[in-house]
Design a protein. Sequence first.
Length: 395
Amino acid sequence: MKKIILKKGKERSLLRKHPWIFSGAIEKSENDIAVGETVEVLSSSGVFLARAAFSPHSQIRARIWTFDPEEKIDSDFFDKKITQALRYRESLPNLVGERSLRIVNSESDGLPGLIVDRYENILVVQFLSAGTEQNRKLILESLKKIENISVIYERSDTDARKKEGLTLSAGIIQGELPDRQIKIIESGINYNIDIETGHKTGFYLDQKLNRRILKKYAAGKRILNCFSYTGGFSLAAIAGGAKEITNIDSSREALETLNLNMNLNNMDIGRSKNICGDVFRELRYFRNSGDKFDLIVLDPPKFADSQAKMEKAAKGYKDINYQAFRILEEGGVLFTFSCSGLMQPELFRKIVADAALDAGRKIRFAEQLFQSPDHPFGGEFPEGLYLKGVIVIAE
Protein backbone atom coordinates (compact mmCIF):
# COMPACT_ATOMS: atom_id res chain seq x y z
CA MET A 1 0.00 0.00 0.00
CA LYS A 2 1.28 3.45 -0.89
CA LYS A 3 2.15 5.89 1.86
CA ILE A 4 1.98 9.56 2.78
CA ILE A 5 4.21 11.02 5.49
CA LEU A 6 3.13 13.92 7.69
CA LYS A 7 5.24 16.85 8.81
CA LYS A 8 6.53 16.77 12.35
CA GLY A 9 3.80 17.64 14.83
CA LYS A 10 0.99 17.34 12.29
CA GLU A 11 -0.11 14.00 13.69
CA ARG A 12 -1.76 15.65 16.71
CA SER A 13 -5.22 15.92 15.15
CA LEU A 14 -5.11 12.28 14.08
CA LEU A 15 -4.19 11.21 17.58
CA ARG A 16 -7.44 12.90 18.62
CA LYS A 17 -9.15 10.83 15.87
CA HIS A 18 -10.03 13.78 13.64
CA PRO A 19 -10.74 12.37 10.15
CA TRP A 20 -9.14 15.05 7.93
CA ILE A 21 -5.59 15.68 6.73
CA PHE A 22 -5.03 19.03 5.02
CA SER A 23 -2.53 19.48 2.21
CA GLY A 24 -0.22 21.61 4.36
CA ALA A 25 0.23 18.78 6.86
CA ILE A 26 1.87 16.42 4.36
CA GLU A 27 5.64 16.26 4.13
CA LYS A 28 5.86 13.66 1.37
CA SER A 29 3.62 11.44 -0.73
CA GLU A 30 4.31 9.02 -3.53
CA ASN A 31 3.86 10.50 -7.00
CA ASP A 32 1.58 7.91 -8.59
CA ILE A 33 -1.25 7.73 -6.04
CA ALA A 34 -4.59 7.51 -7.85
CA VAL A 35 -7.54 9.76 -7.02
CA GLY A 36 -9.37 8.17 -4.09
CA GLU A 37 -6.79 5.43 -3.57
CA THR A 38 -6.40 4.10 -0.05
CA VAL A 39 -3.02 4.99 1.49
CA GLU A 40 -1.25 4.47 4.77
CA VAL A 41 -0.61 7.61 6.78
CA LEU A 42 2.67 7.72 8.69
CA SER A 43 4.07 10.19 11.19
CA SER A 44 7.34 11.99 10.48
CA SER A 45 9.08 9.23 12.43
CA GLY A 46 7.42 6.47 10.39
CA VAL A 47 4.77 5.40 12.90
CA PHE A 48 1.47 4.14 11.44
CA LEU A 49 -1.40 6.55 12.09
CA ALA A 50 -4.28 5.62 9.81
CA ARG A 51 -5.57 4.44 6.45
CA ALA A 52 -7.11 7.17 4.34
CA ALA A 53 -8.53 8.01 0.92
CA PHE A 54 -6.16 10.29 -1.02
CA SER A 55 -7.60 13.31 -2.84
CA PRO A 56 -4.92 15.26 -4.76
CA HIS A 57 -7.29 18.01 -5.92
CA SER A 58 -8.73 18.95 -2.53
CA GLN A 59 -7.40 21.04 0.33
CA ILE A 60 -8.51 18.11 2.48
CA ARG A 61 -5.82 15.91 0.95
CA ALA A 62 -6.81 12.71 2.75
CA ARG A 63 -9.90 11.50 4.64
CA ILE A 64 -9.49 8.80 7.25
CA TRP A 65 -11.17 5.43 6.82
CA THR A 66 -9.68 3.74 9.88
CA PHE A 67 -7.10 4.20 12.62
CA ASP A 68 -6.77 0.42 13.03
CA PRO A 69 -3.65 -1.00 11.30
CA GLU A 70 -5.37 -4.39 11.03
CA GLU A 71 -8.50 -3.12 9.30
CA LYS A 72 -8.76 -3.45 5.51
CA ILE A 73 -10.89 -1.18 3.34
CA ASP A 74 -12.92 -3.85 1.61
CA SER A 75 -16.50 -5.11 1.31
CA ASP A 76 -16.53 -6.26 4.96
CA PHE A 77 -15.47 -2.77 6.06
CA PHE A 78 -18.37 -1.07 4.26
CA ASP A 79 -20.84 -3.76 5.38
CA LYS A 80 -19.80 -3.18 8.98
CA LYS A 81 -19.94 0.62 8.84
CA ILE A 82 -23.36 0.71 7.18
CA THR A 83 -24.74 -1.89 9.60
CA GLN A 84 -23.45 0.16 12.54
CA ALA A 85 -25.05 3.30 11.11
CA LEU A 86 -28.42 1.55 10.77
CA ARG A 87 -28.28 0.14 14.30
CA TYR A 88 -27.47 3.57 15.69
CA ARG A 89 -30.64 5.03 14.13
CA GLU A 90 -32.68 2.09 15.38
CA SER A 91 -31.49 2.85 18.94
CA LEU A 92 -32.82 6.42 18.94
CA PRO A 93 -36.28 6.79 20.52
CA ASN A 94 -37.05 10.00 18.61
CA LEU A 95 -36.76 8.12 15.33
CA VAL A 96 -39.01 5.17 16.16
CA GLY A 97 -41.48 4.60 13.35
CA GLU A 98 -39.81 7.04 10.97
CA ARG A 99 -39.11 5.50 7.56
CA SER A 100 -37.67 8.63 5.99
CA LEU A 101 -34.35 9.57 7.55
CA ARG A 102 -30.62 9.84 6.96
CA ILE A 103 -28.99 6.48 7.45
CA VAL A 104 -25.35 7.41 6.67
CA ASN A 105 -23.96 10.82 7.60
CA SER A 106 -20.46 10.96 6.15
CA GLU A 107 -17.56 11.39 8.60
CA SER A 108 -19.84 11.09 11.61
CA ASP A 109 -20.63 7.50 10.61
CA GLY A 110 -17.03 6.71 9.71
CA LEU A 111 -17.63 6.99 5.95
CA PRO A 112 -16.20 10.36 4.85
CA GLY A 113 -18.01 11.83 1.88
CA LEU A 114 -20.91 9.35 1.84
CA ILE A 115 -24.49 10.54 2.37
CA VAL A 116 -27.39 8.09 2.26
CA ASP A 117 -30.97 9.20 2.85
CA ARG A 118 -33.87 6.79 3.04
CA TYR A 119 -37.35 7.71 1.82
CA GLU A 120 -39.57 4.73 2.60
CA ASN A 121 -38.28 2.04 0.17
CA ILE A 122 -35.97 4.42 -1.76
CA LEU A 123 -32.34 5.25 -1.03
CA VAL A 124 -30.81 8.49 -2.28
CA VAL A 125 -27.01 8.35 -2.21
CA GLN A 126 -24.33 11.00 -2.61
CA PHE A 127 -20.69 10.09 -3.32
CA LEU A 128 -19.06 13.41 -2.37
CA SER A 129 -15.39 12.48 -1.92
CA ALA A 130 -12.67 10.87 -4.00
CA GLY A 131 -12.58 7.93 -1.61
CA THR A 132 -16.29 7.13 -1.87
CA GLU A 133 -16.14 7.46 -5.64
CA GLN A 134 -13.18 5.08 -5.80
CA ASN A 135 -15.10 2.57 -3.65
CA ARG A 136 -18.48 3.16 -5.26
CA LYS A 137 -19.00 -0.47 -6.29
CA LEU A 138 -18.28 -1.87 -2.81
CA ILE A 139 -20.49 0.74 -1.15
CA LEU A 140 -23.40 0.01 -3.47
CA GLU A 141 -23.05 -3.72 -2.83
CA SER A 142 -23.42 -3.00 0.88
CA LEU A 143 -26.41 -0.69 0.40
CA LYS A 144 -28.20 -3.28 -1.73
CA LYS A 145 -28.19 -5.60 1.31
CA ILE A 146 -30.50 -3.26 3.25
CA GLU A 147 -33.94 -4.85 3.59
CA ASN A 148 -37.04 -3.49 1.85
CA ILE A 149 -35.20 -1.21 -0.58
CA SER A 150 -36.42 -1.26 -4.19
CA VAL A 151 -34.79 1.89 -5.62
CA ILE A 152 -31.35 3.49 -5.31
CA TYR A 153 -30.99 6.96 -6.81
CA GLU A 154 -27.79 9.00 -7.02
CA ARG A 155 -27.64 12.75 -6.31
CA SER A 156 -23.88 13.35 -6.55
CA ASP A 157 -24.55 16.71 -8.16
CA THR A 158 -23.19 19.17 -5.60
CA ASP A 159 -20.21 21.52 -5.57
CA ALA A 160 -18.48 19.25 -3.05
CA ARG A 161 -17.67 16.91 -5.95
CA LYS A 162 -15.94 19.70 -7.85
CA LYS A 163 -13.64 20.40 -4.90
CA GLU A 164 -12.58 16.75 -5.09
CA GLY A 165 -11.85 16.99 -8.81
CA LEU A 166 -14.88 14.84 -9.65
CA THR A 167 -17.58 15.39 -12.25
CA LEU A 168 -21.23 15.66 -11.22
CA SER A 169 -23.38 12.55 -11.41
CA ALA A 170 -27.08 11.84 -10.90
CA GLY A 171 -29.61 9.22 -11.92
CA ILE A 172 -31.07 5.79 -11.25
CA ILE A 173 -28.66 3.12 -9.98
CA GLN A 174 -31.20 0.42 -9.16
CA GLY A 175 -34.93 -0.01 -9.76
CA GLU A 176 -37.35 2.54 -11.17
CA LEU A 177 -38.95 5.61 -9.62
CA PRO A 178 -42.75 5.30 -9.47
CA ASP A 179 -43.20 9.01 -10.28
CA ARG A 180 -41.25 12.26 -10.35
CA GLN A 181 -42.65 13.08 -6.93
CA ILE A 182 -42.77 10.38 -4.30
CA LYS A 183 -44.85 10.38 -1.13
CA ILE A 184 -43.48 9.99 2.36
CA ILE A 185 -44.91 10.22 5.88
CA GLU A 186 -43.00 12.09 8.57
CA SER A 187 -44.38 12.39 12.10
CA GLY A 188 -47.83 11.58 10.77
CA ILE A 189 -47.75 14.24 8.00
CA ASN A 190 -47.73 13.38 4.28
CA TYR A 191 -45.27 15.05 1.93
CA ASN A 192 -44.62 14.97 -1.81
CA ILE A 193 -40.89 15.19 -2.47
CA ASP A 194 -38.79 15.36 -5.63
CA ILE A 195 -35.61 13.36 -5.19
CA GLU A 196 -34.47 14.06 -8.78
CA THR A 197 -34.28 17.86 -8.69
CA GLY A 198 -35.29 18.88 -5.16
CA HIS A 199 -33.00 20.56 -2.64
CA LYS A 200 -30.37 18.32 -1.01
CA THR A 201 -31.68 14.78 -1.64
CA GLY A 202 -35.26 15.98 -2.00
CA PHE A 203 -36.24 17.09 1.50
CA TYR A 204 -34.80 18.73 4.61
CA LEU A 205 -34.67 15.63 6.79
CA ASP A 206 -32.35 17.43 9.20
CA GLN A 207 -35.26 19.58 10.45
CA LYS A 208 -37.36 16.55 11.44
CA LEU A 209 -37.43 17.15 15.20
CA ASN A 210 -37.54 20.93 14.85
CA ARG A 211 -40.76 20.59 12.85
CA ARG A 212 -42.23 18.62 15.74
CA ILE A 213 -41.20 21.37 18.15
CA LEU A 214 -42.70 24.09 15.96
CA LYS A 215 -45.98 22.18 15.89
CA LYS A 216 -46.23 22.60 19.68
CA TYR A 217 -45.84 26.39 19.41
CA ALA A 218 -48.26 26.89 16.51
CA ALA A 219 -51.77 26.73 17.99
CA GLY A 220 -53.84 29.82 17.23
CA LYS A 221 -50.90 31.77 15.82
CA ARG A 222 -50.52 33.85 12.69
CA ILE A 223 -47.25 32.55 11.21
CA LEU A 224 -44.72 33.69 8.62
CA ASN A 225 -42.52 30.95 7.14
CA CYS A 226 -39.54 32.39 5.27
CA PHE A 227 -37.65 30.22 2.75
CA SER A 228 -40.57 27.83 3.06
CA TYR A 229 -39.52 25.50 0.22
CA THR A 230 -42.22 22.78 -0.07
CA GLY A 231 -43.72 23.49 3.33
CA GLY A 232 -42.05 21.29 5.92
CA PHE A 233 -42.55 23.80 8.73
CA SER A 234 -45.82 25.06 7.21
CA LEU A 235 -47.59 21.71 7.33
CA ALA A 236 -46.33 21.08 10.86
CA ALA A 237 -47.72 24.47 11.90
CA ILE A 238 -51.15 23.82 10.33
CA ALA A 239 -51.21 20.37 11.96
CA GLY A 240 -50.46 22.11 15.26
CA GLY A 241 -53.47 24.40 14.91
CA ALA A 242 -51.99 27.55 13.39
CA LYS A 243 -54.62 30.19 12.61
CA GLU A 244 -52.99 31.03 9.28
CA ILE A 245 -49.58 30.88 7.64
CA THR A 246 -47.83 32.98 5.00
CA ASN A 247 -45.08 31.22 3.03
CA ILE A 248 -42.29 33.00 1.17
CA ASP A 249 -39.99 31.26 -1.28
CA SER A 250 -38.21 32.26 -4.48
CA SER A 251 -39.30 29.05 -6.24
CA ARG A 252 -42.81 29.02 -7.69
CA GLU A 253 -42.52 25.27 -8.22
CA ALA A 254 -41.71 24.72 -4.53
CA LEU A 255 -44.79 26.72 -3.53
CA GLU A 256 -46.95 24.70 -5.93
CA THR A 257 -45.69 21.54 -4.22
CA LEU A 258 -46.51 23.14 -0.87
CA ASN A 259 -50.12 23.49 -2.03
CA LEU A 260 -50.12 19.86 -3.18
CA ASN A 261 -48.86 18.86 0.26
CA MET A 262 -51.68 20.83 1.91
CA ASN A 263 -54.22 19.01 -0.23
CA LEU A 264 -52.51 15.66 0.40
CA ASN A 265 -53.19 16.15 4.12
CA ASN A 266 -56.73 17.50 3.63
CA MET A 267 -55.68 20.80 5.19
CA ASP A 268 -57.65 23.99 4.67
CA ILE A 269 -55.67 25.75 1.95
CA GLY A 270 -57.53 28.94 2.84
CA ARG A 271 -55.34 29.17 5.94
CA SER A 272 -52.19 29.31 3.77
CA LYS A 273 -50.95 32.19 1.60
CA ASN A 274 -47.95 31.91 -0.73
CA ILE A 275 -45.60 34.69 -1.85
CA CYS A 276 -43.06 33.95 -4.58
CA GLY A 277 -40.33 36.48 -3.97
CA ASP A 278 -37.20 37.62 -2.16
CA VAL A 279 -37.44 37.18 1.61
CA PHE A 280 -35.32 40.25 2.44
CA ARG A 281 -37.53 42.44 0.28
CA GLU A 282 -40.79 40.95 1.58
CA LEU A 283 -39.78 41.42 5.22
CA ARG A 284 -39.24 45.11 4.54
CA TYR A 285 -42.61 45.26 2.79
CA PHE A 286 -44.36 43.83 5.85
CA ARG A 287 -42.58 46.36 8.07
CA ASN A 288 -43.63 49.26 5.87
CA SER A 289 -47.22 48.03 5.74
CA GLY A 290 -47.42 47.53 9.51
CA ASP A 291 -48.19 43.82 9.15
CA LYS A 292 -47.06 41.68 12.11
CA PHE A 293 -46.92 37.98 12.98
CA ASP A 294 -47.13 35.87 16.14
CA LEU A 295 -44.46 33.40 14.99
CA ILE A 296 -41.77 33.69 12.33
CA VAL A 297 -39.56 30.96 10.87
CA LEU A 298 -36.22 31.91 9.29
CA ASP A 299 -34.56 28.89 7.66
CA PRO A 300 -32.35 30.41 4.95
CA PRO A 301 -29.94 28.60 2.64
CA LYS A 302 -26.26 28.47 3.50
CA PHE A 303 -24.84 32.01 3.57
CA ALA A 304 -21.16 30.96 3.84
CA ASP A 305 -19.29 27.97 2.42
CA SER A 306 -15.82 29.33 3.19
CA GLN A 307 -14.15 31.34 5.94
CA ALA A 308 -13.62 34.20 3.48
CA LYS A 309 -17.40 34.64 3.19
CA MET A 310 -18.14 34.59 6.92
CA GLU A 311 -18.15 38.36 7.46
CA LYS A 312 -20.68 38.87 4.67
CA ALA A 313 -22.72 35.92 5.95
CA ALA A 314 -22.84 37.37 9.47
CA LYS A 315 -24.20 40.63 8.08
CA GLY A 316 -26.84 38.71 6.15
CA TYR A 317 -27.96 36.76 9.22
CA LYS A 318 -28.09 39.94 11.30
CA ASP A 319 -30.15 41.79 8.67
CA ILE A 320 -32.71 39.07 8.23
CA ASN A 321 -33.19 38.60 11.97
CA TYR A 322 -33.37 42.37 12.49
CA GLN A 323 -36.15 42.63 9.91
CA ALA A 324 -37.99 39.71 11.54
CA PHE A 325 -37.87 41.33 14.98
CA ARG A 326 -39.42 44.49 13.54
CA ILE A 327 -42.56 42.60 12.44
CA LEU A 328 -42.85 40.18 15.37
CA GLU A 329 -45.73 40.79 17.75
CA GLU A 330 -45.08 41.46 21.44
CA GLY A 331 -44.61 38.06 23.03
CA GLY A 332 -44.00 36.62 19.56
CA VAL A 333 -41.82 33.60 18.80
CA LEU A 334 -38.91 33.46 16.35
CA PHE A 335 -37.52 30.15 15.08
CA THR A 336 -34.25 31.16 13.43
CA PHE A 337 -31.60 28.91 11.88
CA SER A 338 -28.19 28.84 10.22
CA CYS A 339 -27.07 25.84 8.17
CA SER A 340 -23.62 27.33 7.50
CA GLY A 341 -21.19 24.80 8.99
CA LEU A 342 -18.60 27.49 9.71
CA MET A 343 -21.07 29.46 11.83
CA GLN A 344 -20.52 28.58 15.49
CA PRO A 345 -23.61 28.38 17.76
CA GLU A 346 -22.21 31.02 20.12
CA LEU A 347 -21.61 33.45 17.27
CA PHE A 348 -25.06 32.81 15.83
CA ARG A 349 -26.71 33.57 19.18
CA LYS A 350 -24.69 36.78 19.40
CA ILE A 351 -25.79 37.82 15.91
CA VAL A 352 -29.44 37.21 16.83
CA ALA A 353 -29.02 39.11 20.12
CA ASP A 354 -27.40 42.05 18.34
CA ALA A 355 -30.21 42.09 15.76
CA ALA A 356 -32.79 42.22 18.55
CA LEU A 357 -30.92 45.03 20.28
CA ASP A 358 -30.79 47.09 17.08
CA ALA A 359 -34.52 46.45 16.57
CA GLY A 360 -35.25 47.67 20.09
CA ARG A 361 -36.54 44.29 21.30
CA LYS A 362 -35.81 42.53 24.56
CA ILE A 363 -35.54 38.79 23.99
CA ARG A 364 -35.12 35.50 25.78
CA PHE A 365 -33.55 32.41 24.24
CA ALA A 366 -36.08 29.69 25.01
CA GLU A 367 -34.51 26.68 23.27
CA GLN A 368 -31.40 25.74 21.34
CA LEU A 369 -32.02 23.67 18.21
CA PHE A 370 -29.77 21.38 16.18
CA GLN A 371 -30.00 18.92 13.31
CA SER A 372 -32.11 15.80 13.76
CA PRO A 373 -30.32 12.87 15.50
CA ASP A 374 -30.25 10.89 12.25
CA HIS A 375 -27.65 13.55 11.25
CA PRO A 376 -25.20 12.88 14.13
CA PHE A 377 -21.86 14.58 14.61
CA GLY A 378 -19.00 12.78 16.33
CA GLY A 379 -17.21 14.16 19.36
CA GLU A 380 -13.94 14.06 17.41
CA PHE A 381 -15.54 15.86 14.45
CA PRO A 382 -17.19 19.14 15.56
CA GLU A 383 -17.43 20.23 11.91
CA GLY A 384 -20.29 17.75 11.62
CA LEU A 385 -22.53 20.18 13.53
CA TYR A 386 -23.76 22.42 10.73
CA LEU A 387 -27.41 23.17 11.56
CA LYS A 388 -28.01 25.34 14.57
CA GLY A 389 -31.00 27.36 15.59
CA VAL A 390 -32.69 29.10 18.49
CA ILE A 391 -36.23 29.73 19.60
CA VAL A 392 -36.51 33.32 20.73
CA ILE A 393 -39.34 34.97 22.65
CA ALA A 394 -39.53 38.71 22.05
CA GLU A 395 -41.04 41.27 24.40
